[in-house]
Design a binder for this molecule. Structure first.
Ligand SMILES: [Zn+2]
Length: 158
C-alpha cells in the first residue's frame, strides 16, 4: 500500500468525454495574457520585445462522472498537461500531422479514472467549474501524447 494520503476535497471521477474540437486558446508567449485573435500580438510585449509571439495553452471542456453526478468541467493548461504529457503547442503540431488525434484523445481518456479537485470560480460568472487538479488513479496511466506517438509511430514504421 502506498500513496494513501488522501488530499483534502479530492474525489474520484471517470472521464466520459472531452470536447476535442476546441482545446486551445492563444496567449502572449511572454506575459501569457489571453489574446483576442490568433493573428494579434500582445500590445504591451510587442512594443517592448521583438520576440513577442503567441502560443497555445490548453483549455478543454470535459464531462466527468463522480459517484453521484455527471458534470461538465473546464480544464486549463496546468491540469491538462498532466493528462496530455506535453504542451498545447506540441499537441497541436502533432495533431496537424495526425488529423485523427482529437478523436483518439477521446478514446484514450474515456473511462480513465482520476482523483480530482475543483476550484470555485473567483469572478462568480464562470460558466463551468474548473478542475484544479487531476491525479491518475491507475498506476499504469500514460499521458495522451505517449499513447498517440506509439500508435501513430508504429503505423508509419518510424
Ligand atoms: Zn504580453
Amino acid at each position: 500500500m502506498e500513496g494513501g494520503a488522501r488530499r483534502e476535497g479530492a474525489i474520484p471521477c471517470t472521464i466520459l468525454s472531452i470536447d476535442h474540437r476546441d482545446m486551445y486558446y492563444r496567449v502572449c508567449s511572454i506575459c501569457e495574457k489571453t489574446l483576442p485573435s490568433p493573428n494579434l500580438l500582445c500590445n504591451f510585449c510587442s512594443k517592448n520585445n521583438n520576440n513577442a509571439s503567441s502560443k497555445r495553452l490548453f483549455r478543454i471542456l470535459m464531462s466527468i462522472a463522480t459517484d453521484t453526478k455527471v458534470v461538465t468541467v473546464i480544464c486549463f493548461d496546468r491540469v491538462a498537461r498532466v493528462l496530455f504529457g506535453c504542451s498545447a503547442d506540441e499537441f497541436f503540431n502533432f495533431a496537424k500531422l495526425h488529423p485523427f488525434s482529437g478523436v483518439t484523445v477521446n478514446e484514450i481518456l474515456e473511462g480513465e479514472m482520476f482523483t480530482v479537485t475543483f476550484s470555485k470560480s473567483v469572478s462568480g460568472n464562470a460558466q463551468h467549474t474548473r478542475l484544479a487538479s487531476a491525479v491518475p488513479l491507475s498506476s499504469v496511466f500514460r499521458p495522451v501524447i505517449q499513447v498517440l506517438r506509439e500508435c501513430y509511430g508504429s503505423q508509419h514504421g518510424s
